[in-house]
Design a protein around this ligand. Structure first.
Ligand code: GDP
Length: 296
């Protein structure tokens, strides 16, 4: 499972505190120094770490905490709450348009897991008795269209495609019309990814955005790339106004830096987490559960 490194380091810090009947200000300072190091080692953004530690410390050194019967436990509880806040506080749900179909635009760099996630999201919606339509607008990556079609067949969700010779904006436009004509309640558009963020990519995404006016713009980022994922999210958000982030490959992320930084840095909530290659390995992201998981 994800975050083993951070999890075991924090558990170490807190097992020391938990054992104490009385906690001094020095104990808190020492614990916070270790928490700070653990978070930095987990590749959490340094500003985020600084603010986090300051907040926890401010709450932990109060008389109420120190005089309580179980000060260690109270401090762990404070850390738990602050970790939850850091990841967005409460679960951020997928938008649902009052005028169907709800339009979801998927964006991301190549290899982040965008196409796979698009299929997984369709499957998740289908399980909730929705009728999604997938739209194959990633015409640049060889085999991306085929990959989406295979996923669609596997989960029995139709895939709208016009091949790779029509512009992505036109594919998105016609895809949305097709969804309306066929009474789909969700339409998920798999847009192009590139190896790097560039002006062409952003321009194309903006054009698709203004054509289909999406209810959700979800950016798919690879959690294993840590702060790079956060930087990618910042750049996309500056140009496209994201409504949410999907963190993929959390199954292989032993550090957790992206999960703990992306909301604080971009202001954009994490809506889903992908924890494996299989089609059903996508879950709504629950900050409170994730925090509890980290603290063990
Ligand atoms: P795209 O270029 O962003 O569309 O990326 P793909 O959807 O083709 O995914 C790239 C690779 O990452 C594929 O081998 C996927 O199976 C893999 N992948 C995607 N999501 C996950 C995940 O959550 N966990 C793991 N372990 N692999 C994933």
């Amino acid at each position: 499972m994800a975050f083993e490194g951070l999890s075991s380091r924090l558990q170490n810090v807190f097992s020391k505190l938990r054992g104490k009947g009385k906690v001094s200000e020095e104990d808190v300072t020492e614990a916070m120094r270790e928490v700070r190091l653990a978070l930095l080692e987990a590749d959490v953004n340094f500003k985020v770490v600084k603010e986090f530690v300051a907040k926890v410390k401010e709450k932990a050194v109060g008389k109420e905490v120190m005089d309580s019967f179980t000060p260690g436990m109270v401090i762990i509880d404070i850390v738990n709450k602050e970790l939850t806040e850091l990841m967005g506080g409460t679960q951020s749900k997928l938008a649902k348009s009052s005028k169907p179909p709800t339009v979801i635009m998927m964006a991301g760099l190549q290899g982040a897991g965008k196409t796979t996630t698009t299929g997984k999201l369709a499957k998740l919606l289908q399980k909730q008795n929705s009728r999604p339509l997938l739209v194959a607008a990633d015409i640049y990556r060889p085999a991306a269209i085929k990959q989406l079609q295979v996923l669609g067949e596997q989960i029995k969700v139709p895939v709208f495609s016009l091949g790779d010779q029509t512009s992505p904006v036109e594919i998105a436009r016609q895809g949305l019309q097709h969804a309306k004509d066929n009474h789909h309640d969700y339409v998920i558009i798999d847009t192009a990814g590139r190896l790097h963020i560039d002006a062409d990519l952003m321009e194309e995404l903006k054009q698709i955005h203004s054509e289909v006016k999406p209810d959700e713009v979800l950016l798919v980022v690879d959690a294993m790339t840590g702060q790079d994922a956060v930087n990618v999210a910042e750049s996309f958000n500056a140009q496209l106004t994201l409504t949410g982030v999907v963190l993929t490959k959390l199954d292989g992320d032993t550090r957790g830096g992206a999960a703990l930084s992306v909301k604080a840095v971009t202001g954009c909530p994490i809506k889903f987490a992908a924890l494996g290659e299989k089609i059903d390995a996508l879950e709504p992201f629950h900050p409170e559960r994730m925090a509890s998981r980290i603290l063990g």
